[in-house]
Design a protein around this ligand. Sequence first.
Ligand code: PLP
Length: 493
Amino acid sequence: MSELPAAPPPPDVPGDIPAAEFRAAMHRVADIVADYLEHVGAYPVLPRIAPGEVRRALPAAPPEEPEPLEAILADYRRLIEPNVTHWNHPGFLAYFAITGSGPGILGETLAAGLNVNAMLWRTGPAATELEEVVCDWLRQLLSLPAGFVGHINDTASVSSFLALAAARHRLPGLAIRERGMAGRRDLPPLVVYASEQAHSSIDKAVMALGIGHANLRKVETDDEYRMGAASLEAAIAADRAAGRLPAAVVATAGTTSTTSVDPLRAVAGICRREGIWLHVDAAYAGSAAICPEFRALFDGIGEADSIVVNPHKWLFTPVDCSVLFVRDPGAFREAFAHVPEYLRTAETGVTNLMDYGIQMGRRFRALKLWMVMRAFGAEGLRARIRAHCALAREFAAWVEREPGFALSAPVPFSTVCFRAVGAAGPAEQDAMNERLLSAINAAGSVFLSHTTLRGRYVLRLAIGNLRTGREHLERAWALIRSLASELGRTADA
Ligand code: PLP
């Protein structure tokens, strides 16, 4: 054997940044975040920038040489912080307003330090067990029956996708996991049912699961935007008669447009009789079930096969954190578990979170939820949700009292749908409300969003940020009224 030439000495491994530098920067970051949260209200909620401006301000190529953290943080303050949409702003009243609360931010920071990937119990014992514990704490707070087991996904969209995949897997005799769906004569078209107010994530899930968008039945809703149980029953019967196979029903508890709650008990009864998986999308409003006075609205939720609740929506936990509860975790795991040799571990009787979905790696999200639940306590969380709902009711009362405005839907939680009304026809009125929304959002102090209800353009004001107080709503309402009358005068002129 010929001699190998002597190897050059290995270069020094440069390693991470020096510990002292990191510590100093971490303190600096703490100040930056604390300053941001203290003064976020001074920013316009929507940054006043045009598309492409941030990109143009950044170098097109990555730096070749290391840069001091101080310079990077200075650029963060100059280029990034002012140019985000400020979700933590008290005037953020769009979509579902949310809060990255102090305790949640601390949890997120600690999780980043640990950098745990909790795919297996072995790779994250505390992360796995804390996830089990906090999900069970949440189950108790929501008053869900014992037996429901939760795990944390990034978003409700993914949680609902997984729930529908599990429902598809449970269909007897079809072995879709093994045999797939393509080219099978023995496989009737599968059908999923949801109300016409269901979130678009359900549309995406049926598309991605091979069920097909045409096989999502959008069941009509009543005058309060709740799924009609009789219409659901009729749709299922019609599909069965046509040889199609009902695979799952998605009921929504807190729809995205109006926060209406489908009649869960009636829907659950139908699902039980028909042997159909019931998934409840309670991504936003589910959190309200921690308050006993809201539980009547969720009556029947415990009959579901799966339920999604997003602590990142209304439990003050930073994005992302979506808890999916399943009634039968064993059956749920069967839909997804697939363990290659290199991931086999010796422990038995433990949870390996990678068995609960399609992703292998998992962020340590339980830490921030744990910190939020402990730092606020159940009573603190309830008090905050109650305060948001009370503010929404007050805002709704202002709208109702004001000539030229009308509520567009009931206000069961903390979101108000309303619009300016006038003598003009429907098209003009819609256009006027669209102009009104643009003017409101251009002012900078608040950010509202919109929806359409029965084809009509409607403004939405959602309260969910811990910094939003009565004074912000008073200011928002004064702005809305004055802009509406200005627009009305312009239209008259
Ligand atoms: N379901 C409902 C009822 C929603 O309102 C939303 C978002 O607002 C979602 C699901 C999607 O949530 P995520 O962004 O966590 O996927």
